[in-house]
Write a protein that binds this ligand. Sequence first.
Ligand SMILES: [Zn+2]
Length: 167
Amino acid sequence: MSERGTARRPGRTVGAAPAACELCRGDGGRVLWREQALRVVLVDDRDYPGFLRVVWNAHVREMSDLDAGGRERLMVAVFAAEAALRQALAPDKINLASLGNLTPHLHWHVIPRYTGDAHFPQPIWGPRQRDPDAAALAQRMARLAVLGPAIEQHLRGAPVPLAGQSR
Ligand SMILES: [Zn+2]
C-alpha cells in the first residue's frame, strides 16, 4: 500500500538501500568486462570455476525497470557470457538464473554445469549431491583466462541499442 503511486523507473532505489547492497558496495566478483550500463564478473566459487554474473551497474530491482534498450543490452551480455563459457569450458549445460531474493539488484547468473558437478542435476542452490572431481575442476580453472577475451569479442561485435529504443 505504501508503494502505491511510486512509479518505478530505471535507477530508482526500491527496497534495500544501496548502502546495504552487496552489488552497489562491490563488483560481486572479478570484473572481466565493464561498460557504462553493466559489468560481467567472474565469481570466486571453487565448486564452479567459470561461474559468471552479469550485473546491471545501477541499483535496479527488476528487468521491467529497464527500458527496451537496457533490457536488450543486458540480455546481449548474458548471451555473450553464455557463448564464452561454451567456447572456453564446453559444459554439459549452461544455467541462466535471475533470482535476487537476497540481493535485489538486477543481475543474471550464468553457470557452467557438468553432470559430475557438486549439485547436478539440481540447481547450484539445491542440495549438494557429491564432491566434484578435483582434476576436472583444475582443468576448468586452467581455462578461465580465455573467458575475458571471449566475452569482449562477443560484446564488441554487438551493437549497443540506443536508450529508449523500441524495436
Ligand atoms: Zn545495489
